[in-house]
Design a protein. Structure first.
Length: 338
């Protein structure tokens, strides 16, 4: 048994050890524990707890859903001081509640946010010809991909990605900026398929390299699939698939192997195929099933309405619209060549 003196020495030794410890490691004495229980101290809230939770949605997301552009386009507008909220210039990171009566303007034009919440999602399939620019306007007056699209009231068409001036084929347009933004985002890995005509000596070793991946100036890249579809010499055709949309990526991949690309046509986006019979410069509005396929592909809820009459059998293609598109394409082609 320990004597009283040994217990006292042990207690003093314990207190000495407590004093030598850093303050955040010391344990409360019995007396301090009693005081803490009788008079509890208020703990300071952390800055994270004190910070009020931001209400509403991000401004660029709301305006994208309202069909005013993709998120990236709207972020650029905000940075250029073209967007105001209740008379004050908006800044990146601003949030708004669309049901609070807030007034948002772009270039001084008020945006009807309540109406925008009810706007249905529409998607067009467009056959882009070579020579058209993927921009809303061109200072040199050249033809753009927006020239022949149907006019909208209170919304606008947003291009899902881009094709360079020398590339033709499938280009999607939508009135829903959020859908466009998600479809373009690299994390979604939506497949794009191209038909490409190449000139040069192509062998199995080269094709294996292109499948495995090569280093480009903006990082590694590769084709997910490569399929030979016919031809010889200057007229060899391949169908290639990739899951991102970097600038001129298909051309740069072939050029990295010393192969020239003389023709490039996008023929598929996701599982949406370029419609047979659609002429260059022609467009076709997509039905509800295809719209909802695209929405489901990127985690958006299904749309319930369509501008198309689902009770009637549709003629494919719409001959009147296509004739009109081809006629206007011819006129624009003449203007482009001048």
């Amino acid at each position: 048994m320990k004597t009283n003196q040994s217990r006292k020495n042990t207690h003093q030794h314990h207190e000495k050890r407590q004093e030598n410890r850093p303050h955040f490691e010391r344990k409360n004495t019995a007396q301090e524990a009693i005081l803490d229980k009788a008079f509890p101290t208020k703990r300071k809230s952390s800055p994270q707890q004190m910070k009020p939770k931001a209400e509403g949605e991000k401004l660029q997301k709301v305006l994208a859903r309202a069909g005013q552009g993709s998120r990236r386009e709207i972020e650029a507008m905000i940075a250029e001081n073209r967007v105001s909220v209740d008379g004050k210039m908006a800044t990146l990171g601003d949030r708004i509640d669309v049901h609070s009566g807030v007034k948002v303007r772009i270039d001084g034009r008020i945006i009807n946010l309540q109406q925008a919440q009810k706007e249905m999602c529409r998607v067009l399939m467009y056959y882009k010809p070579e020579g058209e620019l993927c921009t809303r306007s061109d200072p040199e007056g050249r033809a753009t991909v927006f020239d022949r699209l149907p006019r909208l009231n209170g919304a606008r068409w947003i291009a899902v990605g881009r094709l360079d001036i020398n590339t033709s084929g499938l280009l999607l347009f939508t009135t829903d900026g959020e859908l466009a933004n998600r479809l373009m985002h690299p994390s979604r890995e939506v497949e794009r398929e191209y038909s490409v005509r190449v000139f040069g000596q192509v062998d199995d070793v080269m094709l294996a390299r292109l499948r495995k991946g090569v280093q480009l100036e903006d990082g590694p890249a590769n084709f997910k699939e490569i399929k030979f579809t016919g031809g010889v010499g200057m007229n060899q055709w391949y169908d290639v698939t990739l899951t991102e949309g970097r600038n001129r990526e298909v051309r740069r991949l072939w050029e990295s192997q010393g192969i020239q690309v003389s023709r490039l046509i996008r023929i598929r986006y996701g599982n949406i195929q370029l419609m047979k019979g659609l002429p260059r410069g022609g467009w076709e509005e997509m039905d509800l099933e295809k719209v909802n396929y695209l929405r489901g592909l990127v985690g958006l809820p299904p749309e319930t309405e369509s501008k198309l009459d689902v009770t009637k059998a549709r003629r494919r293609p719409k001959s009147g619209q296509i004739r009109k598109a081809v006629k206007r394409y011819t006129e624009l082609g003449k203007r482009y060549k001048k």
